[in-house]
Design a protein around this ligand. Structure first.
Ligand code: GAP
Length: 443
């Protein structure tokens, strides 16, 4: 399938099945802002929960925080975002297109042409700061200016001493957070890939200086592997080291986990060695001593930081792209999302064959059996069984259970497996174990 086609199919599936809609659609939509519908909200929550489970809950060296989105403006002055978090913006004098100069490839002679009309008559580049500004309180003046955070990371530096001391953490240790970030992006592209409001999952891992490079390698491997664990094909993933000129102002080294999107390999996550840049800067600016005290040696020093910084929305899009399949079944097209069971929004659909003879009530009983185990089960009785299977295929539901006449006699159900459409007859109680086993496989 041509790649443009694939992206359009994903966007249309997202709208049709309630994964993602454009924000404020009834008012004509808002540029680059999206709402996640019922299936999308479940799937996004699964991504967040699995990241938290693997990065925080199941590690004794990482703790989590949940900080406010608006922080003191001094945080962003100190971190360098007020001065440096900007993209070069240029205008075409011929067609008035506005674009990011650094994203347009240069000609052989080093000149840049308008990506819309090809004219070389461009304005001088201006630095455009990506942070959204607002006011805290009713007064609108510069003394009350605050910013919506452009990354979740700074809270981990600003709260570093509180967390380290209250939790008595010893190096190496990490502080993690998930949440919304905001960037007034000049170019928004590829659906939810680059938008102005998105969710990040970031962790700052504090280490002894000198051990930073070893830990950087560790986190690069760990994070690359993480995407594979949840179903993304390994040959669609790669690590790419940043060139010197791409590096953020705080980084000594950085590698991106990239996914082969329909338009080419692009960043899913950045894993940076931030050195002691942030803690040192905040210590100097706030006047607080943010050095780590080593009780064994009596030394005080600023730890170095390794930062795996991932995006929920990009992970979501990569998982949709990677799992999307079209197959022909008995002369008809079947669209199926072969999502990892832990990522799939619905784990099991329970379908009464007909709406009579006690089947709906029995199917509801089966649904409740799953709910009692904390498993997201969905009851569907609308339309033919074939159509219901197709609907669940498009939603990525790994298992369908059909309740029919035999169920009413002997308590067995038909379990249908999404990927190969195999069907087996099992006791309805046993179906819970089958689903649990599939969910535990990635754990
Ligand atoms: N604290 C470091 C940091 O924020 P980043 O590479 O700018 O680094 C980390 O962002 C991740 O956040 C990216 O890899 C991407 O997944 C996500 N992200 C960044 N900007 C985004 C945008 N405009 N839309 C969607 N996701 C974005």
């Amino acid at each position: 399938m041509p790649d443009d086609d694939l992206m359009q199919k994903i966007v249309s599936l997202c709208k049709r099945r309630g994964f993602v809609f454009q924000s404020s659609e009834i008012y004509g939509g808002l540029r680059s802002l999206y709402d996640y519908g019922p299936l999308g909200a479940e799937m996004k929550r699964n991504i967040r929960n699995l990241w938290w489970r693997d990065m925080v809950s199941r590690r004794s060296d990482v703790v989590g925080i949940d900080a406010s989105i608006i922080m003191s403006p001094r945080v962003w002055e100190t971190s360098g975002h007020v001065e440096k978090f900007a993209d070069p913006l240029a205008d075409c004098r011929k067609c008035q297109a506005r674009f990011r100069l650094d994203l347009v490839p240069k000609d052989g002679d080093g000149t840049v042409k308008c990506p819309e009309c090809g004219s070389g008559d461009l304005s001088e580049a201006r630095q455009f700061n990506l942070m959204f500004r607002t006011n805290l309180g009713p007064v609108e003046d510069s003394a009350h200016t605050v910013y919506l955070r452009p990354e979740t990371a700074q809270a981990m530096f600003v709260d570093y001493a509180n967390v380290q001391q209250t939790y008595r953490l010893k190096l190496p240790f990490g502080i993690a957070q998930q949440g919304r970030s905001f960037r007034n992006e000049i170019v928004v592209e590829h659906f939810i890939y680059r938008s102005c409001e998105f969710e990040q999952m970031e962790m700052e891992y504090f280490v002894r200086p000198g051990e930073d490079e070893r830990w950087h390698e560790y986190w690069k491997d760990f994070r690359l592997d993480w995407y594979g664990r949840y179903g993304i094909r390994k040959d669609n993933l790669r690590l790419r080291a940043h060139r010197q000129e791409e590096m953020a102002h705080y980084a000594k080294a950085c590698s991106d986990v990239e996914y082969r999107f329909p338009w080419g390999f692009a960043e899913l996550e950045g894993i940076a060695n931030r050195t002691d840049y942030d803690l040192k800067a905040h210590a100097e600016s706030s006047g607080r001593d943010l050095r780590y005290f080593d009780q064994e040696t009596g030394e005080r020093f600023f730890p170095y930081v390794i930062e795996p910084a991932a995006g929920v929305d990009r992970t979501f899009l990569a998982m949709l792209v990677d799992s999307y399949c079209e197959e022909e079944v008995k002369g008809e097209k079947r669209v199926v999302l072969k999502l990892h069971p832990e990522i799939a929004p619905i784990k099991v659909a329970v379908l009464p064959l007909v709406r009579k003879e006690g089947m709906p009530a029995k199917a509801e009983e089966v649904v409740k059996m799953f709910w009692a185990e904390g498993i997201n089960a969905f009851y569907d009785e609308k339309q033919s069984i074939g159509r219901r299977y197709r609907r669940q295929d498009e939603a990525g539901t790994p298992f369908c259970l059909t309740v029919d006449g035999d169920t009413m006699k002997d308590g067995t159900v038909t379990i249908r497996f999404r990927d190969d459409m195999r069907q087996e007859r099992i006791a309805s109680e046993a179906s819970v174990e089958v689903v649990k086993k599939a969910l535990a496989a990635g754990a």
